[in-house]
Ligand binder design. Sequence first.
Ligand SMILES: *[C@@H]1O[C@H](CO)[C@@H](O)[C@H](O)[C@H]1NC(C)=O
Ligand SMILES: *[C@@H]1O[C@H](CO)[C@@H](O)[C@H](O)[C@H]1NC(C)=O
Ligand SMILES: *[C@@H]1O[C@H](CO)[C@@H](O)[C@H](O)[C@H]1NC(C)=O
Length: 670
Amino acid sequence: MMDRAALRLILLGVFLISATSDPVKKKKNVDIYSFYINSTVTSRYATTVITSRVANTLNESQEIQFEVKIPKNAFISKFRMTIEGKTYDGVVKEKEAAQQQYNQAVSRGQSAGLVKSVGRTLEDFKTSVTVSAFSKVTFELTYEELLKRRLGKYGLLINAQPMQPVADFKIDVHIQEKPGISFLEVKGDLSTGDLANAIKTTRADKDAWVTFYPTRDQQTKCKSCGENGLNGDLLITYDVERQNPKGEIMVSKGYFVHYFAPSDVPRISKNVVFIIDRSGSMSGRKIKQTRLALLRILSDLDEDDHFGLITFDSEVSLWKRELLKATEANLENANSFVRKIRDRGYTDINAAVLAGVDMINRHPREGTASILILLTDGDPTTGETNKEKIMSNVKEAIGTKFPLYCLGFGYDVNFDFLTKMSLENSGVARRIYEDSDADLQLQGFYEEVAVPLLTDIQFKYPGGTNLTKTSFSLYFNGSEIVVSGQITDNSVESFTTEVIALSKGNNVMYQDTIMTKDPSDVPPENEDFMQRLWAYLTVKQLLERQVLLNGQEKEDEKKEAIKLSLKYQFVTPLTSMVVTKPQEGDVEVADKPKEEEEPPRLPAPGFIQQHHSVGAPADHPGVQYSLLSDTAAFESSPFTVRLLVAEGMYDNVAMFSVQIFLIVIIIIII
Ligand SMILES: *[C@@H]1O[C@H](CO)[C@@H](O)[C@H](O)[C@H]1NC(C)=O
Ligand SMILES: *[C@@H]1O[C@H](CO)[C@@H](O)[C@H](O)[C@H]1NC(C)=O
Ligand SMILES: *[C@@H]1O[C@H](CO)[C@@H](O)[C@H](O)[C@H]1NC(C)=O
């Protein structure tokens, strides 16, 4: 039996440890008494307003924080704080001007926290303001985005993480689609468990409303929720009716938008070559996931598709010299090639891509669509390593005949290089995030390009001007092409659209004329959406083209992008929002973060943070744990969930009761 005195000593020790480890931080006497997220989607253009009302319940002034996550694809267009009846609006300025104002504030010794951070699908917006004793503050943030159609649906992602249960919590979504809504689904971790009861969906012909009003109690009881209330996403997916294969055209107040997504066209068989990096850096999970994804992709090929496989490090290996038909025998043979892919050596991107181009060029097939897909996780390190030279070699070899898609695996890749190389060859670059679902990301990308329906698509609008992009190399089933512009002569009564494309090598044409005097179904409060949609799309495309241009043209387009961003108050990579705070005249600057910024993964003495990947919010939630330093993680890690200890959420009362509890236990035992 244990000696009584020793037991006493141990227990006393436990008590002392518990007493001294008290994180003395006071409880934040902050009451978020209302939190609203209000999203209005008019013809795929989503405007979301987050309103958070917070009371300082302390008898002295304190800093109150507002932090929300918004989709990467969106532009912030408004931020406003209201304190004691006064409003303070963020103002969008050209980046340099904003930076100057910010630097001045810093040099005057005023705090000026930058608001930025980047993640897989969301960005972090964070600010704070000093609020006097027993006063209230209202934060209001607005952001806008054009929902992209992928694999047959649009997705509106809403993240909610108010950091405490909120008495009055509401998410309201109103979707208005003129052609009618064909299906609607609410997913995401906020739609699971008890919280599912808080969701209401109402459908009419052209409208859908989704409301999510969880009670305070429900807010602590979802899978990813806890004492700090809600924490997760709502993902609303939907699609629209498509009666008219010529597309949907809307005209309003001098602007038009044309949504083009025909599905009554036969599939075009494709020639696809996969160029797979097997350099040393791909070792471990990455190469395993790549093999897995390739095996699934191969099994998805149609029998009249032709395919090729190239793996490369410092050497380039071809599965077969020629493209082969996706017959059962060939696929079986390819599968065993894929299973044997091992990592080794350096990265010769130049030789590998040129080999892929050559393979397609030697295999011309009338009426098919050729696609080159490069997967790499690093910089070119052997052979031709000059990136400019590689780009010009590839561009010359491809000669605009087919697109090159680049998939950048992880954060060691030079994503600018891949983006530029794909854009130069009418493709796109996509990042594959190193995570447990990387194989699904790869497969998902392939599925988006799996069914080409049209090639060489040209849009013409005789009555339009200041058009967004009008020429596209491929149109895939499940996607959508959106073109917007201004109307040259506002007094004309009709507006004509014309689309010319190739379907299996045959010319096809879609021509349509609509009456512009038709009363629009757009409700008056959203009348400006089309103009804003046009501005949004124009700025996005101008920004994208920046990597392709040089000299005067680049400067001119940059100026145009800045001009529009300022006019519509979009926070873009070229502009910043300056938020001037009330009391101290403090200045904060909100920037659009750059895509290639890596979230910090510094192991540092700190506390445990939970990384919640939301890349595929509903289907594949993956959770990782890692040690992160306090500030670094808060500043820039996008998917952090603060655990209890992090922000001193222990209040003195709770700590006190823990101690009393321990004393009682000690007394009972002794
Ligand atoms: C949401 O926004 C729309 C459009 O601005 C507005 O009409 C509606 O009243 C708002 N709903 C809530 C609950 O604030
Ligand atoms: C706030 O209240 C506490 C006790 O409730 C008191 O000790 C403190 O002096 C008060 N502070 C101010 C600024 O009034
Ligand atoms: C395109 O996708 C739709 C479903 O989104 C499907 O019904 C149709 O058959 C597909 N077309 C082709 C040619 O695969």
